[in-house]
Design a protein around this ligand. Structure first.
Ligand SMILES: [Zn+2]
Length: 153
């Protein structure tokens, strides 16, 4: 950190100047500032559905209707079909409404800890994205299974 008074180049973590003894005030470079602001906006973005999230959400909701129709037409196993439809709806909510999922997560945490001050982490955000891809695979798999077992409607 360069001293404002004498220009001495001090150590990054120095509290006072070695050259003149002036107390050094912590300054943030423009780069650091923009970096911090970016990180803060990223933080709020974790609770906002991205364009991809919204598209995937719509795919899930459409999928639930398609599965319903396909299962009725091909008289699939009713119970397994219902599970497939529910999986698609849950997947749609996970993808499209991160705020809802976050509130549920907070509710879960509040059972054993104070959840008032917690904010979503990048890890949580990533887990949510991985979750809906897993749900997608499961939805398709369960649909196929329900079609393999013919039932009666
Ligand atoms: Zn100085």
């Amino acid at each position: 950190m360069i001293c404002d008074s004498c220009g001495y180049k001090n150590d990054k973590n120095a509290k006072s100047c070695i050259g003149c003894g002036t107390v050094l005030k912590l300054k943030m470079s423009d780069e650091e500032l923009s970096c911090m602001l970016n990180r803060m906006s990223d933080r709020s973005d974790t609770l906002t559905a991205s364009r991809l999230d919204k598209i995937i959400g719509l795919v899930f909701f459409s999928l639930s209707l398609i599965i319903l129709l396909v299962c009725i037409i091909f008289s699939a196993q009713p119970l397994i079909s219902v599970i497939a439809i529910l999986l698609a709806i849950v997947g749609g909510i996970v993808a499209r409404y991160p705020k809802v999922i976050w509130e549920i997560n907070k509710l879960r945490i509040s059972v054993y800890a104070n959840a008032d001050d917690i904010t979503p982490t990048d890890f949580w955000s990533l887990s949510r994205k991985i979750s809906y891809w897993i749900l997608f695979v499961f939805t398709i798999a369960v649909t196929v299974i329900s079609l393999l077992f013919e039932g009666t409607y």
